[in-house]
Design a protein around this ligand. Structure first.
Ligand code: PMP
Length: 334
């Protein structure tokens, strides 16, 4: 028999394209003068105090597995942070799990909640991994387009049109990758009502919460009756310039966390220990560094956005994250 490897690859994997980001890496290899604007990657090095905390943890011989849910001190620091910054109290013993980046958090959250053919509503444009992770978990992905006209915000009215008896969850991400748009408390209140009215879960990727510029980030979990219905996905990659350390986290109802933890234990066992100690230092003492980096991103946004507009490229003002998403229709490009 001739061996045809493609016959052995799962249909689900074949069904979605590889991440387009890889193509940009290839271009950059061939053309060193090219500047890649494609990746959500802070250009700062992780602050020195955090790197030192990691070195200290190594010197102390902290090189083993940690508790699967994450180092207890780190979970406590995450709980304190979530309460202080966003007014949502979580029990560090049963409502938080530390993951291998926000990426693993997205994957195992989907797998923990989805039954075959459950529908999950995902507004677009969105971060690259949401749709493949949902599809791999067996969900039917229902995308809701948003546009410049509505400021790339999703509305309850629009969501109603995509609702079916099989809808299980809504996935949102603010500040958004790739639009940089944020949703205020007033914008989120009707979304929360929609979720409660239809007995849905909401997965809220808030990994850019610290990079919110002219207002305070509002977590949808902080709205009345929403904490138990919300799975917050976050992490230290963006706020603390720690993409390479691979530390994220999930905050949710204890029953949801128990389900997520089952998968996490089988798949990765735990997040890397040194990364957890660096993240702990960041959450405890790194606020000043975050503010400095956020101020620099804001300065760049204030530089880039008017210039894109002056070039004839309309753009919704990014309220957070570090993305500028101009409309290029005028250029004739797709
Ligand atoms: N969510 C969003 C919206 C992101 O932009 C990214 C990274 N670009 C992630 C999650 C994944 O983050 P991490 O590096 O912590 O896996």
């Amino acid at each position: 028999m001739v061996f045809l490897p493609e016959n052995f690859i799962s249909q689900a994997v074949k069904a979605f394209p590889s991440s387009g980001i890889g193509k940009f890496f290839d271009i950059k290899t061939i053309k060193p003068e090219a500047i890649s604007l494609s990746l959500g990657e802070p250009d700062f090095v992780t602050p020195a105090a955090l790197r030192e905390a990691a070195v200290r943890s190594l010197a102390e011989g902290k090189t083993a597995y940690t508790s699967s849910a994450g180092v207890p001190d780190l979970r406590e620091a995450i709980a304190a942070y979530m309460e202080e910054r966003f007014g949502v109290p979580y029990n560090p013993k049963e409502e938080i799990v530390v993951t291998v980046g926000g990426s693993e958090a997205i994957d195992i959250t989907m797998r923990a909640i989805i039954n075959p053919q459950d529908e999950i509503i995902i507004p677009e444009p969105c971060f690259v991994s949401y749709k493949p992770c949902a599809a791999l978990a067996g969900a039917k992905v229902v995308t809701v387009p948003t546009s410049m006209e509505t400021g790339f915000k999703v509305t309850a009215e629009e969501l109603e049109k995509y609702l079916t008896p099989k809808t299980k969850a809504l996935f949102i991400n603010f500040p958004s990758n790739p639009t940089g748009v944020i949703m205020s408390r007033e914008d989120l209140l009707p979304i929360a009502d929609f979720v409660k009215k239809h007995d849905l879960l909401i997965i809220s990727d808030e990994i850019y919460a610290e990079l919110t510029y002219d207002s305070e980030h509002c977590s949808i979990a902080s709205l009345p009756g929403m904490k138990e219905r919300t799975i917050v996905i976050s992490g230290v990659s963006k706020a603390f310039a720690m993409t390479g350390w691979r530390i994220g986290y999930i905050c949710a109802h204890s029953a949801v966390i128990r389900a997520i933890l089952k998968i996490h234990q089988y798949v990765v066992m735990c997040a890397p220990m040194i990364g957890q100690y660096a993240a702990l230092e960041g959450l405890k003492n790194g606020g000043g560094e975050v503010a400095l980096m956020a101020a620099e991103y804001k300065r760049r946004r204030d530089y880039v956005v008017p210039r894109l507009r002056a070039m004839g490229l309309p753009i919704c003002e990014p309220g957070g994250a570090f993305y500028a998403f101009p409309c290029i229709k005028e250029t004739g490009l797709s």
